[in-house]
Every structure is written in C-alpha cells, then in structure tokens.
Design a protein around this ligand. Structure first.
Ligand code: C5P
Length: 232
C-alpha cells in the first residue's frame, strides 16, 4: 500500500463519528477505529464506515493465547478491515496464529502489524514492573524483528524509530506512526512528537493523526495539510 494519512476517529459514538466523516464530501480518508469507538458501537460501526467507502485500521491490540487470537482475527477479517494489530509481546506463536486466522477463503487478508512497546511504557516500568532489563529501543527492535520473523507486515512505532525499524527488518516492513503534531499545535499527552514533514523524512509509511485533525476548527483543511506535508 502507498503511504497515507490515517485519521484516528477517537469518538465515543457512531453519531459523532458519522457527523465528523460527513464533513469530507469529496474524499474518503483512511480511518482508525480504536477500542473506545469499537466497544461503544460494536462491529456495526466498522461495517457502516466500510460501506461509506473508507479504508479501516482496526486498532484493537489483541493479546491472548494463540488459539483465541486466531479465532478473534477470523472474526475481524470477516469485517473486511484493511489493517489490524496485536501486541508483539504475545510471542511469535501468537502472531503466526493471528495471520492464519486473518486469511480469508479467497486468499486475501488484512495487513497485520504489531505494537512493540506502548509509548506509555518507560524504561523504569520496563525494568521494575516487567523485569525487562534491556534498553527500551533494543526491546522495540527485537520485538519488531520477532514480528517480521512471524510474517507480519509491520509495526506501530514512533516516527523517530521508523528508520531503525526499516534497517532492522526491511524497507517494505511497514511503520505506522502516531505522535504527529503540526509544529505550533498542542501536544496533548503525546511526548515524542514529530511534524508530518519530519515523519516523511524519517521514513514513516503511515502517520496516524487524531486530535490535530478531529479537534481542528476546520478538520478537512487540517487533513489536507497533513497530506500535503507528509506526502509532498
Ligand atoms: O490524538 P492523537 O493524534 O494523539 O492520536 C493518536 C492515536 O494513535 C490515538 O488513537 C492513540 O490511541 C494512538 N496510539 C498512540 N501511540 C501508540 C499507539 C497508538 O498514540 N503507541
């Protein structure tokens, strides 16, 4: 797939989501549906947005035993989403099972990417709570390599890690990167942020942008600005 901007539709209801998407009259942005919206509205919200012609990244970050994840992925694949994810911490066996579950009868499947370490996890939590004593970027790269070895298509990571991930795995291994802000914008709770233009320079394949678009006075203009800066 070509590089693109994915809008994080972090809304609490279908009404709000559709009202937001209605503003985009001429175009069909690639959208991300996360836990908040999916748990509020169920699979129907995925079907509804798909019917409107959008590509969908379903960001549910699965993590369970391989058999359960395989069957859950089968259900998600039947929803005709384009991109789904899981936690690389579930191990290679879980990631391989997930891929099997995603395969549709016609031989197609959604792309599958892995969360390496959440950006909310810091070195102290890694060492003191998870008992992982390696530097966090080494852990991220190792988990990315595990995901690649399991046959996954990429990882979610910071744009700042995109180059390192590409060098460790391959150029074709996707880097899907949140934490994007326009230079002058409010960072919110994101700490390590980059602009769309810098994300492009650093080699991100997809930028995931939420509040800078959803909370903008003119979301369509903000989306177009992201596209212009990221895609050139
Ligand atoms: O509003 P904002 O642009 O910060 O939204 C970023 C989106 O990416 C949110 O939906 C957030 O949950 C998601 N995300 C993230 N960092 C990760 C993984 C996902 O910000 N490591």
């Amino acid at each position: 797939m070509a590089k693109d901007v994915i809008i994080a539709c972090d809304f609490g209801s279908a009404e709000e989501t559709y009202a937001f998407l209605d503003r985009f009259s001429g175009e069909k942005p690639f959208v991300k549906i996360g836990m908040e919206l999916f748990y509020a509205e169920g699979p129907q919200i995925v079907r509804g947005i798909k019917e409107r012609g959008h590509r969908i990244f379903l960001d549910l970050k699965l993590h369970d035993i391989p058999n359960t994840v395989k069957k859950a992925m089968r259900s998600l694949s039947a929803l005709d989403v384009d991109l789904v994810n899981l936690h690389a911490a579930g191990t290679r066996a879980m990631m391989e099972a997930a891929l099997e579950g995603l395969m549709r009868p016609d031989g197609t499947r959604p792309l599958l990417i892995a969360v390496t370490q959440l950006t909310s996890t810091d070195q102290a939590a890694l060492e003191n709570e998870l008992l992982i004593e390696k530097p966090i970027d080494e852990v991220v790269i190792r988990y990315a390599r595990n995901a690649a070895a399991a046959g996954l298509d990429g990882v979610v990571c910071s744009p700042l890690e995109a180059g390192k991930v590409h060098r460790a795995c391959s150029d074709a291994f996707l880097t899907v990167t949140p934490g994007v802000r326009f230079g002058e914008g409010d960072r919110g709770d994101q700490k390590r942020v980059t602009t769309p233009a810098l994300a492009r320079e650093l080699g991100s394949d997809y930028i995931v942008v939420g509040r800078p678009i959803t909370q903008a006075d003119d979301p369509v203009a903000a989306y177009q600005r992201c596209g212009k800066e990221f895609l050139g």
